[in-house]
Design a protein around this ligand. Structure first.
Ligand code: BGC
Length: 737
């Protein structure tokens, strides 16, 4: 009897401890792992003594590559090499030390995470934190110190080959997710590296192009994600962009690096060049670049190697500048505990936990674009035969796309997942539908060769199969010949005449669901015309197939929202409408200014195919009782906006409530809508819950080019609360005094 009592007691204690631990884990997951300021009196003191001991040569060795993905340490003082890795959505396979060739080892497989736009489509910073934490843990397991991500350039232009790596066309959504991602990574004792600072918004001519734009657009759109990464995310490192800004390379741009990043924002970590993106010794060193990586020359002759030493020795560069750079590198090393391995996170890779995070992100990212007649979700008991059509049903997307590619331990394709889920109950017939008819070549530079001749035999076969089944699932979209670094696309049309396939299949079977697998905007006109149900499935990581299958069959209720606009026509999008892409004479002027993405479509009243923030659910939501805490606000105030959200359907589901603002009367052009807050909330059928959003009055300011400062104009502002940028359910007017 007594033994039993003790057993129960122990069990009780264990449960309490377990619950407490869970609470700690959950609260960490939701927020942060504590203070990660790079600067503290103790650390600075330690660095002072080290700088005293280091020779000039040793300091300079810290400032440039000694291999493709590392910079030197100082063995005699126990300072290890600093090891870098790509990339934003998975730890890149191991490369040979001095070349871009894979090392071909067997211990470098990694979890493949959903790419940037997929993460953004979750609108869920808590998931972004878990994503970063899992990525950081994999980086540690591979003994890396600096993770070259997140890639947070704004999606300015739909054809950018790298959009899939980036997050959004909106700086606020971008910032919320990247700050959480950075927190996750850095809590694993790995430095995140936000890239590419800044204005790397097209791949075409990226290594030569000079970007010009007015400072207002720079301040209001392109800088805020980086500013949030530094000020809120305490990011340890920043990578410069390849391009120029106002005629100066970003890697030697005094205004960007010294004035804004280091002085204005107080960045205390180090600035690293993009690989082979350094162009000088003196200018770069003085402008604020700290570390040079990737230059295709003997390391010793890198700009920041012997030439830097010579510049100091001849008195051209003050040794204090070298000390500052070395200090920044050492700060990051200490913050990541590189010299204190006993205390450092050990990391783990390919764990079930990481797979779960990948699945959760993928599941929450999937966007239901269209669902006529409630065709979805499908019910396994109501379908006997389904057709699975299209190359993207069987294609794996982990590798490719250049630096960001991942040697995935595994990747579940849609067809594999469908078979796994339905194999015994439903007859599945796969047919190819279209073939990938493209390849990337490295002949004279990087080129894509493609063939868009439709394979009529495959299309007819697909239509025949579709006609014989209950439901046809057509997996179309892009692959890494298109969603890729170094090359933009030529247009938005789906390659290999996939539109023709969609049209033919949908004509053969009215129950056709189209699933778009792509990381960047594509032309969806034909898909919209032909298919009753459309889903955006992204490049969605190791668990991609499973997540899409679970959405199709209703185990997951879709809750993703588009992080970018899908235009009806490429020419409607701002950079193309104003003929500012790819620029002339290696110069591109961002003539659209602050009207990027939905800011443009809303202000110019151009109807897109699907707007920013759009996404349906299998349930429905009702917005009730919108109110603000006051009507009159002053600078420094917080504005509180509250609504009741009700799930009016039969299924549990999540909605993202979005808050946009507009100033009707202003001394300058104000976009018709600007996202200032959002909140994702899960509700049971019939459940009603309050959603509270906050913004500060200063979030309503604009960048005044006449005073070179933020200006909060007094007067009336419109707050708009809705389910997407176009679906506004409540408007409230407030006054700023
Ligand atoms: C890319 C970076 C990447 C680096 C190292 C560059 O080409 O622009 O994003 O981190 O290569 O692979």
């Amino acid at each position: 009897m007594r033994i039993k009592t003790i057993k129960w007691l122990l069990l009780g204690i264990a449960t309490i401890i377990g619950t407490l631990l869970l609470a700690v884990v959950v609260s960490l997951a939701a927020t942060d792992c504590g203070n990660r300021n790079l600067v503290s009196p103790v650390i600075e003191h330690k660095i002072d003594s080290l700088l005293h001991e280091l020779t000039l040569e040793e300091k300079i060795a810290l400032l440039h590559a000694n291999a493709k993905f590392s910079s030197a340490g100082v063995a005699r003082l126990g300072i290890p090499e600093l090891k870098y890795t790509d990339g934003p959505y998975g730890i890149r396979e191991e490369m040979k030390r001095h070349s871009w060739q894979p090392a071909r080892i067997t211990t470098d497989s990694a979890t493949y995470f959903p790419t940037g736009t997929a993460l953004a489509a979750t609108w869920n910073p808590e998931l972004a934190y878990l994503y970063g934490a899992a990525l950081g843990s994999e980086a540690r397991a591979r003994r890396k110190d600096v993770l070259l991500g997140p890639a947070i350039n704004l999606i300015r232009m739909p054809l950018n080959g790298r959009n899939f790596e980036f997050l959004s066309e909106d700086p606020y959504l971008n910032a919320r997710l990247s700050v959480a991602y950075i927190n996750g990574v850095q809590c694993q004792d790995v430095a995140a590296c936000v890239k590419h600072f800044v204005l790397n918004n097209q791949e075409r001519h990226r290594s030569e192009i000079n970007v010009t734009l007015d400072e207002r657009a720079l301040r209001e759109l392109y800088l805020p994600p980086f500013k949030a990464a530094v000020i809120e995310g305490h990011v340890y490192t920043v990578m410069t962009a390849y391009n120029k800004f106002q005629n100066a390379w970003c890697s030697e741009n005094i205004f960007l690096l010294n004035e804004i990043l280091k002085k204005e924002w107080g960045f205390q970590g180090f600035v690293v060049s993009d690989w082979a993106g350094t162009h000088s010794t003196y200018e770069a060193a003085l402008a604020g670049l700290d570390v040079e990586m990737g230059t295709e020359r003997e390391y010793d002759s890198n700009y920041f190697a012997r030439p830097l030493l010579a510049a100091v020795e001849t008195g051209r560069i003050d040794p204090a500048i070298i000390d500052d750079k070395a200090r920044r590198v050492l700060r990051v090393m200490f913050a990541c505990k590189t010299t204190d391995t006993d205390k450092r996170s050990y990391g783990a890779r390919n764990t079930p936990g990481h797979s779960k995070t990948v699945y959760d992100v993928a599941a929450e990212s999937i966007v239901l674009l269209k669902n006529t007649g409630g065709l979805l979700p499908l019910r396994a008991e109501h379908v006997q035969k389904i057709a699975v059509i299209g190359d993207n049903a069987v294609r794996k997307h982990a590798s490719g796309g250049f630096g960001a590619g991942v040697k995935a331990k595994y990747e579940i394709t849609p067809l594999a997942a469908l078979k796994q889920k339905l194999g015994d109950i439903v007859h599945i017939e796969f047919t190819q539908g279209y073939r990938k008819q493209s390849a990337i070549h490295f002949r004279q530079g990087i080129q894509r060769e493609t063939n868009d001749n439709p394979d009529i035999f495959l299309i007819n076969k697909a239509a025949e199969v579709a006609a014989s089944v209950d439901v046809a699932l057509v997996f179309v979209g892009l692959n890494h010949d298109y969603d890729t670094e170094a090359l933009d696309r030529e247009n938005l049309i789906l390659p290999y005449e996939q539109d023709r396939l969609v049209k033919t299949v949908a004509a053969a079977n009215p129950k056709t669901v189209v699933i778009i697998i792509a990381g960047s905007p594509v032309d969806v006109n034909e898909i919209n015309r032909s298919a009753p149900a459309v889903i955006w499935g992204w490049l969605n990581g190791s668990e991609a197939g499973k997540a899409i299958t679970d959405v199709l069959f209703g185990d997951i209720n879709p809750s993703g929202k588009m992080p970018f606009t899908l235009p009806v026509d490429l020419e409607h999008s701002p950079a193309h409408a104003l003929d500012t892409y790819p620029g002339q004479h290696m110069c591109v002027e961002y003539k659209e200014g602050i009207l990027v993405g939905y800011r443009w479509y809303e202000t110019k009243k151009i109807e897109p195919a699907y707007c920013f923030g759009y996404g349906l659910s299998y349930t429905s939501f009702h917005y009730l009782n919108c109110e603000t805490d006051k009507q009159l606000y002053h600078i420094g105030d917080t504005i509180q906006v509250k609504i009741q959200l009700q799930n009016t359907g039969d299924l549990t589901g999540a909605e993202t409530v979005q808050l946009y603002v507009h100033k009707p009367e202003s001394s300058v052009l104000r976009p018709a809508k600007e996202l200032k807050a959002f909140q994702k909330i899960m509700l049971q059928p019939g459940e009603t819950n309050a959603v509270t959003l906050w913004l500060s009055a200063s979030d309503l300011a604009f960048w005044d080019v006449t005073t070179n400062n933020w200006k909060l104009e007094p007067g009336e502002y419109k707050l708009m609360l809705g389910s997407s940028s176009m679906d506004i359910r409540f408007s409230k007017d407030i006054i700023i005094e």
